[in-house]
Ligand binder design. Sequence first.
Ligand code: FEO
Length: 402
Amino acid sequence: MQGPAKAVKIAENVYWVGAVDWDLRDFHGYSTHRGTTYNAYLLTTKKVTLIDTVKAPFYGEMLSRISSVIDPRKIQCVVSNHAESDHSGSLPLFLKDFKPEKVIASALGVKALAAHYHWDIPVEAALDGGTLDLGSDRLRFLETRMLHWPDSMFSLMESSGILFSNDAFGMHLASSARFDDEVPDWYYEAAKYYANILMPLSDVVLSLFKKMEAAKLSPRMIAPDHGPIWRKDVQRIQELWKGWALLKRTDKAVVVYDSMWGATDKLARAVAEGLSSSGTKTCLMPLKANDRSDIACELLDAGALVAGSPTLNRELFPPMADVLTYLRGLKRKNLLGAAFGSYGWSPDGVKKVEEYLDQLGVERLPSLSCKYAPDAAKLEEAFKLGQDLSARLRAGVSVGAD
Ligand code: FEO
């Protein structure tokens, strides 16, 4: 039995009816240290409409919030901006229980929903730029393919100026507050979300802003499907996204490594000292204390990735294979970097780090390998590697980058 949960009015005829997932700490491999929300929105316009739903286990919570405003049977139309299960998971349950007249998704959303739920429910394909008359207002649909799935779309409530942006401009942050100005410490979670979800799609993000400009989309409020609703920093979050999407090289280095017996750890600390004592902002991120998605976040505004691994059975140390595979998928462009690590009889770990860095397009300085444990001369070499990287970063850093 679901306890009572109330809707939150965010504008005239618009209510947040989503769910807060306070417990979530892993969102398909992305660490969510502060939980998340699944935002759904109820429009009590003449044509009563629900925009997106919530992850299936939270169906009761959504229903309770809707019922605090209106009988759910009065909902005539459901708009599905995105088929991923955190937003469509409750859709089959809702359709079965309440049978609204119409379900709308993008053309690719129609296919994606069918492939998820294997149903025979007719879903209307929204035209890119098409509209839905709500009576007192109008929804305009905008396809946003690959932001971040092929089916993704925006819905703009035209008179109210509210953009329902689905995953775009979101973040994983559970809170009892609904608006950006009520959770002023949001920056890290917004950057982490961009780094882990959007970074490989940065070219598409830049195209999105051109499309928004061409469509004269200048929202007064942005209501994403995760985290706070933007009513104060509407412009700032868009400017941040535009800046992140450029993937500039800055004077900041991320040193990522793991160690078996402490040798690679000593090398990492010497490289980091060489970097930081030369004036480069340095994040030393041992995998024993950092997870892959926080590392991705630090890389978003960095200029160098320095990665170190011991060799185990002629392979990378497995935790390094995990993080490098993840980072390779996130395609952070425009980085300097280097590989380093210790070995016993064959320096295969460092060679494999080099392969990953090359696949990521990292402009590499010569690697540093160390047989067994480093002596003073080897540590000096590692320190020098940090100094060299810093000199290169500081010489090439874009003017005005911060
Ligand atoms: Fe929040 Fe792509 O789902």
